[in-house]
Design a protein around this ligand. Structure first.
Ligand SMILES: Nc1ncnc2c1ncn2[C@@H]1O[C@H](COP(=O)(O)OP(=O)(O)OP(=O)(O)O)[C@@H](O)[C@H]1O
Ligand SMILES: [Mg+2]
Length: 277
């Protein structure tokens, strides 16, 4: 088993003037190199948890250790943010300058990194996300998916060990969505970056190593996608949808096609259909 890279211990967070906790006595370990998807109905606390991981919020009680660091005050937050980058839902809210490469350099400039190193890191990050040709473009001319890739490049330039994506594909068209998800998968597989992927799309969730399903600020289920989606009633009661391939498998079975249990991804369906011909 790999090292624990995020260790949330009994974490509670309550917004000012709120009557209930947004995150309530939550404990969760994320392991180095994992791809974890966080799911749950609107308002269950996913974004709050993401912000606690990134030290944008500090727990009301409990502790959250990120890459060996615990942010206890504003100063420590920078250390945590350097280890744990974050990509948000709306690409437009993450763009701060009018030229792509300047945007990617923004975080490093804030850290006071020397210009030659910034140049190198930004060039590398833009190639990593497939946007090197757009280095001098204006972000406003790019598609949503391209803007999200620029946001990822800005995070990558900081060399984080973890990236939290908070519904980063929710506002994209299907092509942009697929591109950004594939980018996160590749960074996980090839660069070993730990990914926390918050989503409402079950077809993304089924491709994660592990699912964390939240309900009312707590963890309701935590297991592999196959284990989670084998508990259909529970899954539906937690406000989740059924993965498309599971729906298709059910319809195919109803019309007489023999398929094995637990088909959740397009790849699994393709293999099974070829086998059953
Ligand atoms: N700034 C805030 N001030 C007060 N309450 C807040 C604030 N932000 C979120 N909340 C409340 O905290 C709870 C958790 O919200 P959060 O945004 O973490 O949920 P979420 O799971 O990300 O929801 P969604 O799926 O809609 O993005 C909700 O009840 C929400 O209304
Ligand atoms: Mg949210």
């Amino acid at each position: 088993m790999n090292n624990v890279i995020i260790d949330a211990r009994d974490v509670t967070y309550r917004y000012e003037n709120a009557l209930t906790d947004a995150v309530s006595r939550l404990s969760l370990k994320v392991y180095e190199g994992e791809f974890v998807a966080v799911l749950g109905r609107n308002g269950c606390g996913k974004s709050t948890l993401a912000k606690l991981m990134n030290a944008l919020l500090l727990p009301t009680s409990g502790t959250i250790e990120v890459d060996g660091k615990v942010a206890q005050n504003e100063d420590d937050c920078y250390d945590v943010r350097r280890s744990c980058g974050m990509v948000f839902q709306n690409p437009d809210n993450q763009i701060v300058t009018t030229i792509v490469e300047e945007d990617c350099a923004f975080g490093l400039e804030n850290l006071g990194v020397e210009p030659a190193l910034i140049r190198k890191r930004v060039d590398e990050a833009l190639s990593e996300v497939g946007m090197a040709d757009h280095a001098h473009a204006s972000p406003s001319m790019l598609s949503g998916g391209q803007k999200q890739r620029i946001a990822v490049a800005g995070v990558l330039a900081m060399r984080p060990k973890i990236i939290v994506f908070d519904e980063s594909t929710a506002m994209l068209d299907p092509i942009g969505r697929r591109d950004v998800f594939a980018l996160a998968k590749r960074l996980n597989r090839e660069e070993g970056i730990t990914i926390v992927w918050i989503t409402h799309f079950m077809e993304e969730a089924v491709q994660a190593d592990r699912l964390v399903v939240m309900d009312q600020g707590r963890i309701a289920l935590e297991d592999t996608p196959h284990q989670v989606f084998s508990q259909m009633e529970k899954v539906l009661s937690l406000g989740l949808d059924v993965p498309e391939m599971m729906k298709l498998a059910a319809r195919l079975r109803a019309s007489g096609v023999k398929l094995k249990k637990g088909i959740m991804t397009v790849d699994e369906m393709a293999v099974e259909l070829c086998r059953s011909r």
